[in-house]
Design a protein around this ligand. Structure first.
Ligand SMILES: [Zn+2]
Length: 407
């Protein structure tokens, strides 16, 4: 169960230097103080050491981005992005090579399947000027499209195990290596397969008028970012996915509006269309995932209502987002903190940067709040690597990027 802790409310909208030293107001823009930055950087060093030690006993066969070696490689890529320290890039290479040796051909997504290691491998090799190795990763990644496009396959569409998770891998390549590294026609084929699958499910459920793109995972119509509609719609709205504007306004937009009407009075969102309990405030289930869909909808459709509801999500995350499940990305405080960073990037409102800093401050006391220890305690999406990833964003919050999800 998820409990929540509300004492941070006391600091609500009191963003001055005097209070906890998080902020220094240098007329404009607001800057995070050097003292807070130092604390964060020291904690990153400390946690990295703990993580490396802990990984010695991690499952050697888990190659995934979500809980395995590729997630650690992705963390080192992020640290390299922030510091330009060449040793971080070398570590990323070591970890992604380890992952690529043990691919199993079972799943196709960035987070849980072979596409993660292959895409990260392509990017790391590219950054190291290993052109042939990078191209080899890319061609193996593109070979996976056959099963993704196969209409009779049992392939889901959600982010963790489905087509949207493969689409992310392609878009990630084009962002990191260059537009058209993966050609537009491949991207269009994958995006179209997702749209067709959603239309079929909607027709089957007789919801064509209300929710023209409907998706299920394990027989449930999930809403959240990991397994549900919000994650899939986010990918379809990515400009680089090149979904036709008519399709966006005729299919994606009414579907988003349908999900919007499932909002609880608290501002939170249910985990699935049939779920009535206002319990989970996670990236995977609840407002911290749905907020990213609303932010994208605001960017694409330019309507105030999406921004207003994204702000309501941020309120609920502020009230209930410090989780007893831990400090991770998927269902932890770090993942919830990314909601504030994304809204800060969109609005430049310092209130959201402040809140992101306060969630980071909570993470500085890693392990002292009696939180549950996750199954994969050092991993990117459940554990310490994710917390470090989040903390590293504090150096340049305006350039933050939710791993394996934002572009
Ligand atoms: Zn989760």
């Amino acid at each position: 169960t998820t409990r929540f802790i509300v004492f941070f409310r006391f600091y609500f909208e009191t963003e001055n230097e005097g209070l906890n030293g998080v902020f220094k107001c240098v007329i404009f823009p607001t800057q995070v103080t050097a003292a807070f930055q130092r604390k964060v950087q020291n904690k990153i060093k400390d946690l990295l050491q703990q993580m490396e030690e802990g990984l010695k006993t991690a499952d050697p066969h888990d190659f995934s981005t979500y809980t395995g070696w590729t997630g650690i490689a992705l963390l080192y890529l992020q640290l390299h992005r922030a510091s330009h320290d060449a040793s971080h890039l070398q570590r990323a290479l070591d970890y992604v090579k380890r992952a690529m040796r043990i691919l199993n051909g079972r799943k196709v997504t960035f987070l849980c399947g072979d596409a993660g290691p292959l895409a990260v491998g392509a990017v790391v090799h590219y950054k190291l000027n290993n052109t042939a190795d990078s191209k080899d990763c890319l061609s193996r990644l593109l070979q996976l499209q056959r099963s993704v496009l196969s209409p009779d396959s049992e392939m889901p569409d959600e982010l963790l195990y489905g087509r949207a998770g493969y689409l992310f891998a392609l878009l990630y390549i084009n962002k990191e290596i260059g537009a058209d590294t993966v050609d537009e026609s491949t991207i269009t084929k994958v995006a179209t397969a997702i749209v067709e699958s959603g239309k079929n499910m909607s027709a089957e459920q007789k919801k064509t008028d209300r929710c023209p793109l409907l998706y299920e995972w394990h027989k449930k119509q999930y809403i959240g970012a990991a397994h549900g509609l919000a994650g899939i719609y986010c990918m379809l709205m990515q400009p680089a996915a090149k979904v036709h504007p008519d399709m966006l306004s005729e299919l994606v937009r009414p579907s988003i509006d349908y999900v919007r009407h499932k909002k609880f009075r608290s501002g939170n969102f249910p985990s699935s269309l049939s779920n009535e309990s206002d319990r989970l405030v996670h990236w995977c289930h609840g407002a911290p995932g749905v907020i990213h869909m609303l932010i994208m909808a605001h960017k694409v459709f330019k309507e105030e209502k999406y921004l207003k509801e994204a702000a309501e999500c941020a309120e609920v995350i502020w009230q209930r987002g410090l989780l007893r499940k831990g400090y991770g990305i998927c269902h932890g405080t770090a993942g919830n903190g990314y909601a504030f960073l994304s809204l800060y990037k969109l609005t430049q409102e310092k209130k959201y940067l402040y809140r992101a800093c306060k969630f980071a401050e909570w993470c500085l006391d890693y392990g002292t709040h009696g939180c549950r220890i996750p199954d994969r305690p050092y991993s990117l999406f459940e554990g310490m690597a994710g917390t470090i990833h989040y903390l590293s964003e504090m150096a340049k919050p305006e350039a933050s990027c939710f791993p394996a999800f934002e572009l």
